[in-house]
Design a protein around this ligand. Structure first.
Ligand code: SAH
Ligand code: AVI
Length: 327
């Protein structure tokens, strides 16, 4: 059953989200090295483009994580324990979650959290129909901020956050620790964190995953400008910004940029932004953390690592952490 607000957000909430979007975009575009927060990739079109990315030959991440979940889902579900509230960060279409929900004996409530509202509510509705015994409580919110969890019918025995997809890699190490600290606070004593994250690997493999032949990643990258045009009344000539993605070995991350193909002026509402030819906007970092990096980040945030599952090539890891000091 679905008991969350499975309908568009109220007008005042949408207005304040739009004001926040505008403020974040202007702050990023006025910075000496232009940038945009990657969470704004995901409007309706962005979520669909991401789904297409997950099906690309070059984008092995989703397939690899799904295979780990298929193989070890039962053991993972066992760690959730009885009567748990499962909270998922960046749930998207909740595909991987099904491999947990299908194996878990008694989950009290499932709270998918995502900023892409329509996509979230559609996925939540489908899950509620597939798992009628689980209370599904979708929450359209930024998981990097303190979350106000919806009330559930039964009192959950514990809280576990599920954070798949390597979305943790879209946070710099400092921001990742901050996010995990909030998560430890949200889970409380006895709580857990099941985290899926990509590992370091061969440069050519990484490079291909973010420069696919069909250009879906390029369209996903440019969609942020399409969204800014539509929602903030901007006039980006989207075809004049080229997709660029490369591995920054010193920092251990993929960087995605949009590179201005000529000197140009862009208006965002009544604000004017100047671009030199070749100047870029950084749109995303995608860190490839080693398992010891993640152990250290999580420990700094109050989690201890209990278990890790990897695929044979060691492309991807799924980690289970417990809140330090919990039973
Ligand atoms: N978990 C899915 C989707 C990953 S794509 C998978 O593993 O395939 C990242 C998802 O996180 C998108 O659905 C996006 O809308 C959401 N997202 C990104 N940043 C977010 C944030 N700060 N708060 C809430 N959702 C966010
Ligand atoms: C959601 N996130 C982990 C993806 C990634 O690989 O960093 C987003 C993405 N960017 C380009 N392709 C996919």
């Amino acid at each position: 059953m679905i008991t969350g607000p499975a309908r568009p957000l109220p007008l005042d909430t949408r207005k304040s989200a739009n004001a926040q979007f505008r403020a974040d975009v202007l702050r990023g575009l006025r910075a000496p090295a232009k940038r945009l927060p990657c969470k704004y990739f995901y409007d309706e079109a962005g979520s669909e483009l991401f789904e297409r990315i997950t099906e690309l030959d070059e984008y092995y991440l989703t397939r690899t994580e799904l295979a780990i979940m298929e193989r070890h889902g039962r053991e993972m579900a066992g760690l959730l324990g009885r009567g748990c509230m499962l909270i998922e960060y960046g749930s998207g279409s909740s595909t991987k979650t099904r491999l947990l929900l299908g194996q878990a004996r008694d989950i009290a409530a499932y709270v998918p959290v995502d900023l892409s509202g329509e996509h979230l509510y559609r996925a939540a509705q489908a899950l509620a129909e597939e798992y009628p015994n689980i209370e599904v409580l979708p929450l359209c919110a930024d998981f990097a901020r303190r979350l106000a969890l919806p009330g559930s019918r039964s009192r959950p025995a514990r809280r576990v956050v599920y954070f798949p997809g390597s979305t943790i890699g879209n946070f710099t190490p400092g921001r990742a620790v901050r996010l995990l600290r909030l998560t430890a606070e949200l889970c409380g004593p006895g709580g857990g964190l099941l985290l899926g994250a990509e590992l370091q690997k061969d440069l050519a493999v990484l490079d291909a995953a973010y420069n696919d032949r069909q250009g879906v990643t390029a369209a996903f990258n440019r969609n942020i400008l399409v969204r800014i045009n539509r929602e903030l009344g901007a006039d980006f000539d989207v075809g004049q910004f080229a997709h660029r993605a490369f591995y920054n070995a010193a920092a251990g991350r993929i960087e995605m940029h949009l590179v201005s193909q000529r000197k140009q002026q862009v208006h965002v509402g009544d604000a004017e932004i100047l671009f030199a030819a070749g100047e870029s906007i950084r749109t995303e970092y995608s860190y490839k953390y080693t398992s010891s990096d993640l152990r250290d980040l999580a420990l700094a945030a109050g989690f201890e690592m209990e278990k890790v599952w990897m695929d044979e090539r060691k492309y991807f890891g799924v980690y289970y952490f417990r809140v330090v000091g919990g039973e």
